[in-house]
Write a protein that binds this ligand. Sequence first.
Ligand code: SAH
Ligand code: SF4
Ligand code: F3S
Length: 467
Amino acid sequence: MGRTSDKFNLFRITQALTKKLFVKTYGCQMNVYDSDRMADALAPLGYQIADGPEGADMVILNTCHIREKASEKVFSELGRLRMIKEKARDQQGRIVKIAVAGCVAQAEGDEIIRRAPWVDIVVGPQTYHRLPELVARVDPSTRSRIVDTEFPEEVKFDYLPVEHLPRGPAAFLSVQEGCDKFCAFCVVPYTRGAEFSRPVFTVVAEARRLVAAGTRELTLLGQNVNAYHGEGPDGKTWNLARLLAKLADIKGLERLRYTTSHPLDMEDDLINAHRDLPQLMPYLHLPIQSGSNRVLSAMNRHHEVDAYLGIVDRLRSVRPDIAMSGDFIVGFPGESDQDFADTLALVDKVGYASAYSFKFSPRPGTPAAGDDRQVPEDVKADRLEALQQLLNAQQYAFNKATEGQRMDVLVERTGGREGQMAGRSPYMQAVNFQGSEDQIGEIFSCLITQAKQKSVSGELGDLKGAA
Ligand code: SAH
Ligand code: SF4
Ligand code: F3S
């Protein structure tokens, strides 16, 4: 009897302490990683993850500032959150705390509170380890607001608690942050700050924990991940190739990837890692942005088209099946028809398995925003359409060429339809197939039966390795 009521009391206490946290993530993979880490930071306070903002006690928008559209989405979402907050207060006497994190928080700071005074906390990408303290300081009675967008002395990774929930079969791991490259169009050096690499041992420790919790594939993240130069256990500086080799020794870690790389930091030993490490997947996201040397120079990219093509050739000579991916900007100030034609020619030469392309978006505080040679919106739109047509055709051709092949697929989640499961091929293709949930986290050989634009269908064969 005593034990039952103890249990019941414990249950009641846990219920009272449990709060619901909803995190909405915009932008790049680093934000996806950060969102999970914010949830880790708040878990000791009793916050558990909710699937939507309704009923949540705290909502965090982890935001992206890279293009105007991304940035403006935040304010429309904040409008919806205001209604949720007011309804909870008026109808249930319940307080909903709202935080804006990420790159818009860093860039706009106080301005967010001015535009949306119902926001309680504004916290930047380098200070979110302080969230527990910031949340405790929010006092709804005084309507105090907290803005913490410092670039602090301390390193957030040293303060964050370990992972609270397993990350799944394919997980992200940030190893490098910030950027010193200052491309003329880009806000990242301002929103994320200077380049910083985590020491090797903290990366390896986190990787081991993730693998012990069921992760089979790790994608190492950084705004310039191949500029990684972390302190090694020998006190020397290790580069990304060396870090990858070390991680490849972890038993149970079947696949490694890294993103995003800059062509300037694509060193020979990293290229050779694609030959030497079987865990390193034959897929590389290597943005060039433009196929015109004139535009590359104006963008402050510090390399020419030939250097990029040289890297692609070297990668293909060590790993002939490597699939390439990239990012492109059309309509950079001063981009002529010929410059754009050069971009199409480059895409033709490389042959991408997938790629992202964007219209240039002038961002406040970046040199390119003040350039008086802005390209008209309709020209940008036409160029984007032409480029996307070409890139889509290449993606479809890539997928089509895999029809009839057998390849390893890591099963990651349930698919859209009944009995359907989804995973990824070594080349990052999304693969759909008939399967069951108990296959999640395992790698199967899979026959690719049908190519689509953004995915392929397949039939599962033999299990490659049990989790
Ligand atoms: N660190 C990565 C890119 C991060 S931003 C790199 O150097 O490749 C992701 C992509 O967004 C960029 O590659 C670029 O293609 C695009 N991008 C960045 N700023 C932009 C802007 N002002 N307008 C349009 N696209 C932009
Ligand atoms: Fe931005 Fe250039 Fe740095 Fe990439 S390398 S994050 S595009 S400034
Ligand atoms: Fe966006 Fe910041 Fe990532 S601006 S792309 S969330 S680094």
